[in-house]
Design a protein around this ligand. Sequence first.
Ligand code: AMP
Ligand code: GLY
Length: 422
Amino acid sequence: MNILIIGSGGREHAIADKIASSPLCELLFIAPGNAGTATLGKNIAIDTNDFEAIKSLVVNENINLVVVGPEVPLVAGIVDFFSEDDTLKNIPIIGPSKQGAMLEGSKAFAKEFMQRHQIPTAAYKSFEKNQITEALTYLDSHSMPVVLKADGLAAGKGVLICNTIEESKSEIMEMLSGKFGDASATVVIEEFLTGIEFSVFVLTDGKNYILLPEAKDYKRIGEGDTGLNTGGMGAVSPVPFVDESLWNKVTTQIIEPTIKGITDENINYTGFIFFGLINVNGDPYVIEYNCRLGDPETEVILPRINSDFVEILLAAWNGHLSDFQLKVDSRSAATIMLVSGGYPGDYEKGKIIKNLDHVDGSRIYHAGTSIFNGSAITAGGRVLAVTSLASNMQRAIDKSLINADRIEFEGKYFRRDIGFDL
Ligand code: AMP
Ligand code: GLY
């Protein structure tokens, strides 16, 4: 088959790596891709939101399967664009419809969905831009800290945790007045939950699902989980504290009611669901849904999957997931993100990446890279993910650290403490 992956990060490189190793894959295309995906298939420089250009590519290259990596084209309706087009409608595409993608694209929609289906999540109330006075009054009687969430996609920046009423009031005024543009025209005010976060992933056809390995990511830039939020500085899988009792609760209280809700509401959903969860004294709560795989979580989940990934995706498209037995590697995986100096603030691009050929015992997934004069150069804040598999988590982390030290580019920074809290 000819397969197209949409996206350009470490997640898409990890997906490309799995797909390229499948005997079912003939030609692989990645749009737009990066320097890493270019070693596995053909990069095509198109914007992930240019659906007409994607259509031309699919038609011209006889694409038989499309995998959508990031949330933005999903929330913008790429799957509906396919299903409403006579030429494209029978081509398998992995990702939810626009309505399904609202689980990530609108926090208010997701909260209402969870409420309708009795799925545990923080107590909340949502306010629109003409309800600033009501929102301020609500905050007056709210316990602190409190969580303010822009309703729409805000590239991971739309969630604020406020410790005082004054701070929360000034933030809500800014948010409802357009701090995040249209994304904060509605804001969810939410109870702050205390616990440890972890992420669970399923692939679903809207009725059945298969469970993928769980993961934990490290979002803050600084060691000890300090400093600004990033897209993710590292991840591990499996997560040691997710024991059988917690798994049972996650399955019966969260995953199954979510899938049943999707089925009952007739939401067209063939794709991944990423459950961002928090363990509060042994009880799981949903912090957020995402309508895609995580980054860098994918860089530790996919290396642990031994089944043919293309077969899994086709089983989802064909509604055969309930027959599928996923083979999972029992080893631990750890990934460490190498980022550009200054990230998540301003940083420079175009730095030559050296010593990729000195890496031994880890896999390198490119995130923000491109090719210049035949060499890989930095092209983003998160540059490379260094993933290792080993008999236990600490050994996997140690292997990644050794190789993280070997790779060089000007301004390179990474966290040495991934997994510190486990
Ligand atoms: P989100 O974009 O919804 O994942 O939120 C970003 C981060 O904010 C999460 O990963 C959590 O660390 C934190 N967060 C979000 N909601 C809550 C909550 N209700 N209680 C505590 N922390 C939260
Ligand atoms: N690592 C978090 C995310 O992909 O949203």
